[in-house]
Write a protein that binds this ligand. Structure first.
Ligand SMILES: *Cc1c(COP(=O)(O)O)cnc(C)c1O
Length: 376
């Protein structure tokens, strides 16, 4: 069926990861509620499909902004949906009210708009403290005053106390600890549920006890840590990005491969061409040596990644043929390794996915359409 580049999305793996996260969240006094973060089209996995696949088990969903939330409501998602950036303009309040969305409040202009609008339905607000991320949120010493201001509003149902870690993925940093201390100090005595952890915080900071966690990356089976971490053994990658080899040829030592002739063969080399490139979201900056998984082995990327193709060194792999699958990331090749080779993070690779047909398997496919029989 045409070009062989494909992103396979395993929705059973997504559910597996959600359950692992629930177990992690249930430790301590937290009651294990998990807002599944499906912003940026579920990190490239398809927000509607992922939310639908989790609809019977997820406590709620978090997105960046209102258009992403409305897409989920249109797909029939009934759970709470949280706008992580809140709203940008007062005009959005009408829809927040109508579609019963939860919203982050991080700035006074949002409170002013809320007071002027007076929502018809009771609304749950997530009041954000800037405890050390230095991005959005109220300063710790003004937080309590703002909380009191919101608590006096008749249409405010609940106020979740919320903050966000800057360095939860860095095991050697005590920044997260400082943020936690700041948050606990300035919210001391305030009633209400708390929400702090993203994926890295949930795994690394066992001392954080909060009612709501907000994992994104971990849901998709990807470790948020730069170093190899045990969590990778427990979660399952949801996406497998692959394509096929469309050309194999042998070149003599001294000849070059790709744009800029930047890679030069040091020996007689068998070059395989894979039909995927940076227009599909494979990173153009992936360095020579970045692994590609073919027939059970890792082979090195060589030469610059082009728009629609990339090249690998197949010399040490004897039995490869045209048409064989090349896995760019997935179960057998953690996306973290590719991100490292490209000087970026897995988040960016997943969100940049483009132009590649997405194939779902797992719970959304009816029984009679068993995916394994449809294998392309
Ligand atoms: C994106 C986001 C998350 C999820 O982060 P991950 O590192 O993917 O788990 C959590 N909280 C907020 C406020 C976010 O913007």
């Amino acid at each position: 069926m045409g070009r062989p580049a494909t992103a396979k999305i395993n929705l059973d793996a997504l559910r597996h990861n959600y359950r692992i996260i629930q177990q992690l969240s249930a430790r301590g006094t937290g009651n294990g509620q998990v807002m599944a973060v499906v912003k940026a089209d579920a990190y490239g996995h398809g927000a509607t499909a992922c939310a639908t696949a989790l609809a019977d088990i997820a406590s709620g969903f978090a997105v960046a902004f209102i258009e992403e939330a409305l897409e989920l409501r249109a797909a029939g998602i009934k759970q709470p949906i949280l706008l992580l950036e809140g709203f940008f303009e007062p005009s959005e309040l009408e829809m927040i009210d109508q579609y019963r969305l939860d919203t982050v409040i991080h700035h006074q202009y949002q409170i002013d708009a809320l007071v002027a609008h007076r929502p018809k339905h009771p609304v749950r607000l997530w009041l954000k403290m800037d405890s050390g991320m230095g991005r959005v949120g109220f300063a710790p010493d003004e937080y309590r005053k703002v909380w009191e201001q919101l608590n006096d509003l008749p249409f405010v149902k609940d106020i979740v106390l919320m903050s966000h870690f800057a360095c939860a993925d860095e095991p050697d940093s005590d920044h997260a600890q400082q943020q936690l201390t700041t948050f606990n100090t300035y919210t001391h005595g305030l009633p209400g549920e708390r929400s702090f952890c993203n994926s890295a915080g949930l795994v690394a900071l066992k001392e954080v006890q909060s009612e709501w966690n907000r994992p994104g990356l971990l849901l998709y089976g990807v470790s948020p840590f730069a170093q190899i971490h045990d969590i990778q053994q427990t979660i399952k990658p949801v996406m497998e990005l692959s394509s096929a080899i469309i050309s194999i040829k042998t070149i003599p030592a001294g000849s070059s491969v790709g744009y800029g002739s930047q890679w030069i063969a040091r020996r007689t080399t068998r070059i395989g061409v894979v039909a995927i490139g940076y227009a599909d979201g494979y990173p153009r900056h992936a360095a020579n040596g970045t692994p590609v998984y073919i027939n059970g082995c890792r082979v090195p990327l060589v030469g610059r990644v082009s728009m629609d193709m990339l090249t690998v060194d197949l010399t040490d792999l004897s039995d490869v043929q045209i048409g064989d699958r090349a896995i760019l990331w997935g179960d057998d090749l953690p996306i973290n390794e590719v991100a490292k080779g490209a000087g970026t993070i897995p988040y960016q690779l997943l969100c940049n996915l483009n132009r590649v047909p997405v194939l779902y398997h797992g719970i959304l496919i009816p029984e009679q359409l068993d995916f394994d029989q449809m294998e392309i």
